[in-house]
Design a binder for this molecule. Sequence first.
Ligand SMILES: [Mg+2]
Length: 265
Amino acid sequence: MNRNEIKAFLDHIKCFVLDLDGTVYLGPNLIEGSDKFIEKVRKRGKRIVFFTNNASKDSKIYTDKLNGLGIKATRDDIITSGDVTILYLKENYPNKRVYINGTPALEESFKESGINLVSEDPDIVIQSFDTTLTYQKLWDITNFIREGALFLATHCDINCPTETGFMPDCGAMVELITASTGKKPRYLGKPMKETVEMIAAKTGCEPSEICFIGDRIYTDVKTGVNNGSHGILVLSGESDMGTVEESDVKPTLIFQDLNEIVDYL
Ligand SMILES: [Mg+2]
């Protein structure tokens, strides 16, 4: 796209869905200019939604972090893969017995939403990014799957980036369960279509008016381009042009960082 085409494309977007780590901030630090991008988008009367696959923390932790970095955000601006999973359960499996391997914060958000959490005889089991995982929890979930429970996972990320390297994430925990049971889960979060549907319903925008922006092709960008929305890749996190060449997902646009987009808004 040339400069005018980029401007016209960005102009018709009504909602930008931003990934957090590697896009807005890197560990504890703001990525320079991401605050400027967010401010300008809002000034244009457009919506910013922050979406993270990391379901191990509740949205208050993210609002506090963003506010601390000088970016205005309320709970309503933040969606996690845990929120998508809750909505998916409510729409497709209301009142079922649900067992979850997740952090206390995630369990709390399920309970608050009225999901019937149980520790035995579940109809549905869910694996998440459980930093409180124990051998007993792994054993229990594999038993429930063998007994016929439906297997879901909040998101597919294999590793979670940290300041010092990586932590094993939900997808890595699922691999162990799959090796034991032979069963694969239905994944939610990015890049699944339920995520786009939830954001469209929440914002009142058409999928074609929504653009995902993030540093990961196989989650952030793929969510948009595979489900009727759009996906911008920023090179401020884990991807470089080598990743783009290797991937079969083609980003709508590629920028160095959010700051580089400001000029086109
Ligand atoms: Mg990221």
